[in-house]
Design a protein around this ligand. Structure first.
Ligand SMILES: [Cu+2]
Length: 280
């Protein structure tokens, strides 16, 4: 029996190594982060540490439990026929069963609250403000740049169900997202930022962060909001300051200035006709 077990273990280790060898460097790096995507925000490290720490704690608990199970199986294996002595109503063990999970939850809760406070901390004077408008079935981004001497005008851009919206952000500069919804509850989620926030009609949710990595990152709605929820995608372009200003000028040249009309008129963004009444 032990020989079979060690062979099985060797075979699975070999297969695992073979499987890893077939992965790209990107996938292997993601495995190192235990599934987290590439980070692109100054707030990401806090969530990263909570995630990795939780896994380490879970493995510690797992090893302890597996060890005790294996020890029990071996130590108390059947040696002679008959039912062994039964142990019931053991109060200390039952108290242990009850208290231990509370301690585990308490520790996780404590570190989660610490992380949440750091992730949600507000910047005193953010360099940029973007009003995000969620709507069935895409997003609008209002760049509140009227007071920015480099730009001087508020601009906007918007997506449709066929054409996902683009969001431009300058790298290394703080930004506040004011989240608004004109219909149902959506959720603003950029996986590379390691955080998401619900967009609730009639409520002003906001989140502050500083993008730290140039590139194009995926964004999506993370709240099941209706038939075309899966089409609520957008692209986040984290670019240099010059590229950001150039993009703002481009929007201005296209006449996309001021506040987007969807804030007042939800029907202004094209929708699929059959989806209009759905879920209202
Ligand atoms: Cu949505």
């Amino acid at each position: 029996m032990p020989r079979t077990v060690s062979r099985l273990l060797l075979a699975s280790l070999g297969l695992g190594a073979l499987g890893l060898a077939g992965c790209s460097a990107e996938t292997t790096a993601q495995l190192g982060r235990l599934g987290l995507p590439v980070a692109a925000s100054d707030r990401s490290p806090y969530t990263h540490h909570l995630w990795i720490g939780s896994w380490i704690a879970a493995f510690g608990v797992g090893l302890l439990v597996w060890g005790m199970i294996i020890w029990c199986v071996v130590r108390y294996r059947r040696r002679k026929p008959g039912v062994p002595r039964q142990n019931r109503y053991n109060l200390p063990i039952e108290i242990l069963y009850t208290v231990t999970p509370f301690i585990m939850i308490g520790v996780l809760f404590y570190f989660t609250v610490l992380t949440q406070d750091k992730v949600q901390a507000k910047v005193q004077h953010p360099d940029h403000v973007v009003t995000v408008v969620a709507q069935k079935w895409n997003w609008s981004f209002n760049y509140e740049e009227a007071d920015n001497p480099d730009v001087g005008t508020a601009t906007w851009e918007s997506g449709t169900i066929e054409q996902p919206a683009n969001l431009y952000l300058p790298v290394g500069e703080s930004v506040r997202f004011n989240l608004k919804s004109v219909d149902v509850i959506h959720s603003f989620w950029v996986p590379a930022f390691y955080e998401k926030l619900d967009v609730v009609p009639g409520r002003n949710n906001s989140l502050d962060l500083t993008p730290t990595k140039e590139g194009v990152f995926a964004g999506k709605c993370a709240e099941l909001c209706g038939t075309y929820h899966s089409a609520m995608l957008f692209n986040v372009h984290i670019v240099s300051k010059q590229e950001f200003i150039a993009h703002m000028k481009e929007l201005e040249a296209k006449g996309q200035t001021g506040q987007l009309r969807t804030l007042q008129n939800p029907d202004a963004v094209p929708q699929r006709p059959e989806s209009k009444q759905e879920g209202r």
